[in-house]
Design a protein around this ligand. Structure first.
Ligand code: MG
Length: 265
């Protein structure tokens, strides 16, 4: 029995999404990437972006007058590589940097780099354990252990000790799906959405956010509290109003709403 088959039926996530995208006030759509739009791969560089998804996202971006953004733990330039030739508005590295328009430049939060000692310790930890993948985003470092699942607990302890030894309360460990990420507090996907919403073409719209991971919870809760619509994937998270069973279901929904938005235009 899979995890998803034990969960209750999705609470009409598709219908909630359609209502939000076609209702008033006009919506802004924010989408997590890994585990929400894309199936999680053994290594983060092996995810697959189906061509039909690129096309559907481009159509929704146009249908919402540009108010569609990717909100990811991945850096924006990596999102651009993944989705090329599509270049969407995006917030990357959990909101460390962002751009509101597909053609615009990237803005960054200042002074959020990790201390050199923590960086060195995390690289040394990776060197001791073949199979760990270290993703250096400058503002944070993610350690992926999908290829070494047995290391999960020992790794959590080791990373926790490294952070504690630094004696800096503003640095935290963000757990995700087979990943631990070390970053400063004070920026996250909730703040990323707030920043994007503060300017055109997002300002004044009703936010809709779809996310799949515990790291998305702050954004799901913030969007819901702001009168927007929060939807999760695979399981209910925080204040999510509905649940898509899988990332494939989200992709299917995205392709269907692309057509719906165009039919209304
Ligand atoms: Mg995700």
């Amino acid at each position: 029995m899979t995890l998803t088959s034990m969960l209750p039926e999705p609470a009409g996530a598709f219908d909630i999404l359609v209502r939000g995208l076609t209702g008033q006030p006009p919506p802004a759509l924010f989408l997590d990437v890994d585990g929400t739009l894309l199936d999680i791969a053994m290594r983060p560089d092996r995810v697959v972006v189906p061509p039909s998804l690129r096309i559907a996202l481009a159509r929704i971006h146009d249908g919402l007058a540009g108010a569609l953004a990717l909100v990811s733990g991945r850096p924006v330039d990596e999102l651009d590589r993944l989705f090329a030739p599509l270049r969407l508005p995006a917030a990357g590295a959990h909101g460390a940097h962002w751009r509101r328009r597909s053609a615009g430049g990237t803005e960054r939060l200042p002074d959020i780099a990790l201390p050199a000692a923590i960086r060195a310790d995390l690289f040394a930890l990776q060197a001791r354990h073949p199979g760990l993948i270290l993703e250096d985003k400058h503002s944070s470092i993610a350690i992926h252990f999908r290829e070494r699942p047995a290391l999960a607990r020992a790794l959590a302890t080791a990373v926790g000790s490294i952070v504690e030894a630094a004696g800096d309360d503003s640095i935290l460990v963000l757990p995700g799906k087979a990943v631990l990420e070390v970053k400063r507090s004070g920026f996250d996907k909730a703040r990323a959405i707030r920043i994007l919403m503060a300017g055109e073409p997002f300002a004044g719209r009703r936010p809709i956010f779809i996310g799949d991971d515990i790291t998305d919870r702050v954004a799901l809760d913030a969007v819901s509290a702001a009168g927007g619509i929060a939807l999760s994937v695979e399981r209910p998270i925080g204040r999510a109003a509905g649940v898509f069973a899988t990332a494939a279901d989200v992709r299917e929904a995205i392709e269907r709403v692309a057509g719906l938005l165009e039919a209304r235009a």
